[in-house]
Design a protein around this ligand. Structure first.
Ligand SMILES: Nc1ncnc2c1ncn2[C@@H]1O[C@H](COP(=O)(O)OP(=O)(O)OP(=O)(O)O)[C@@H](O)[C@H]1O
Ligand SMILES: [Mg+2]
Length: 193
């Protein structure tokens, strides 16, 4: 199963979401590949044991071939309208759209939704003290309630895990969110047949 993590805006939390979902799959004993299509290689730097860095891939067929040997393949895409991102969206069984909750993020999400029809929308980097984030979440859930997952809270444990090339502490708020989001992904897969 190919799961593409998409988002047009830079820094929205795509790589964090790809890595944390791949780590969650690995923790469940699933044979998972984290396919890193971003020339920056951020996902590979964070989780080298789970990753393959193939930034030169341009077609969905190439992506399907690489992912074929694994139970689950989670694909991290570069920001913007990179050809790798378009190919990964084309190849995917499931598309997860990732978005921050600022005004620029909402614009980026609208742009993305004109091009793809995601299976889930994951709001990331939620700061509970910011009214604008609360409003954005409310707007997202009233428009796409069936697609929007619980938000991933902003937390210092994310940058620490990345620096340590580690998984999130299992009881931390972002780890709890990504665990629930992984369950939701598996439920969508089951309902798709
Ligand atoms: N829940 C979170 N709490 C705190 N920091 C976070 C969280 N999610 C992501 N970050 C931080 O935000 C920054 C951007 O996240 P990330 O690299 O995942 O975004 P991206 O969409 O992949 O960026 P790019 O477009 O450059 O590939 C990183 O420094 C990351 O550590
Ligand atoms: Mg990234």
């Amino acid at each position: 199963m190919l799961i593409t993590i998409a988002g047009t805006k830079g820094g929205s939390g795509k790589t964090t979401t790809a890595v944390c979902l791949a780590q969650e799959a690995a923790a469940r004993g699933i044979d998972v590949l984290l396919l890193d299509l971003d020339p920056q290689g951020t996902a590979t730097d964070w989780a080298p044991d789970l990753s393959k860095h193939l930034a030169g891939i341009r077609t969905g067929a190439e992506i399907r071939q690489v992912g074929a040997g694994h139970e689950v393949c989670i694909i991290d895409t570069p920001p913007g309208a990179a050809p790798q991102a378009a190919a990964a969206i084309e190849a995917a069984d499931l598309v997860v759209a990732v978005t921050g909750l600022g005004p620029g993020d909402m614009k980026g999400l609208q742009h993305l939704l004109r091009m793809v029809d995601p299976d889930l929308i994951v709001p990331t980097r939620r700061d509970g003290r910011r009214a604008i984030h609360k409003h954005a979440l409310h707007a997202l859930s009233s428009r796409w309630s069936h697609l929007v997952t619980e938000p991933v809270p902003m937390s210092a444990v994310v940058e620490r895990a990345q620096a340590d090339q580690a998984a999130l502490p299992p009881l931390s708020p972002p780890a709890n969110a990504y665990r629930a989001i992984f369950d939701q992904l598996m439920a969508v897969r089951a309902s798709n047949g």
